[in-house]
Design a protein around this ligand. Structure first.
Ligand code: HPA
Length: 246
């Protein structure tokens, strides 16, 4: 079953017809919220609110291991993760969508593997291309037909948060080759890989990253973009769900 993880601004999918809600615990603890099973555009899907419902968990407080394990347990076979990000390069204008193709991880101190049992053999998963190409191709087709502003590809910088970055940090991320910056892409993406769950990310640019505009970043500015932007994301996800075949 196709699963969506909703981030900031997407705690509930208004267009989802809810069928069931799964409350469970994993060996890593409980996920951020019950996993909602529903019908979207003729297909059954799962939905998980990454920050909880209501939104209470900060990016470094999310139990990513429990979230991904629980999704797998409930029957997820592929994941599209939505996140709100800051835009660094011209590929990521505010209000636009980005389908990233790379990640650089700047987070620290998070539980970032499921394979930490000393009794089990060592596993180093390949992560050269962190996103699943079939899922990305499907999303590309949906986005191309959507009439929305979107970019195929981009490098996602995963920062620790919860504070936003300094202008110098963003300049460094840009020199590193990053196009967008968010706080939740890692370890989520690698845990999906460890579970052999195809995973792709759909990012909504909600603000110019630090130093990329002449003003400070305000929550009001971000919320204004989220309002319409996440409504667009919900439409894209519905179109994608309708065309998705496992
Ligand atoms: N930086 C990091 N995470 C974010 C941003 C940002 O500018 N905007 C939304 N999430």
């Amino acid at each position: 079953m196709l699963a969506f993880i909703g981030g900031t601004g997407l705690t509930r999918m208004e267009n989802l017809r809810i069928i069931d809600s799964h409350t469970l615990s994993t060996r890593f603890g409980a996920p951020s919220a019950p996993i909602v099973e529903g019908e979207l555009n003729g297909n059954k899907v799962l939905f998980l609110a990454r920050h909880g419902d209501p939104h209470v968990l900060l990016p470094h407080q999310v139990n990513y291991r429990a979230n991904l394990s629980a999704l797998k347990e409930v029957g997820a076979t592929a994941i599209v993760a939505v996140n709100a990000v800051g835009g660094i390069t011209a590929q990521a204008p505010t209000g636009g969508l980005v389908l990233p193709d790379q990640i650089i991880d700047y987070t620290w101190g998070r539980e970032m593997t499921l394979f930490d049992d000393p009794a089990e053999p060592l596993v180093h998963v390949d992560f050269s291309w962190p996103f699943d190409s079939a899922l990305r191709n499907g999303l590309k087709e949906t986005l191309a037909a959507s009439g929305l502003k979107w970019n195929d590809g981009g490098c996602y910088a995963a920062t620790q948060g919860p504070r936003l970055e300094t202008a110098a940090e963003i300049a460094r991320l840009e020199r590193d080759g990053c196009d967008i910056v968010g706080m939740t892409g890692m370890p989520e993406a690698v845990l999906a890989r460890e579970l052999e769950l195809p995973y792709a990310m759909l990012s909504l640019v909600v603000n110019p990253a630090a130093g990329k505009s002449s003003h400070e970043i305000t929550m009001a500015e971000i919320e204004a973009v989220i309002h319409d932007g996440m409504a667009n994301v919900c439409r894209v996800l519905a179109d994608f769900a309708g065309s998705y075949t496992a």
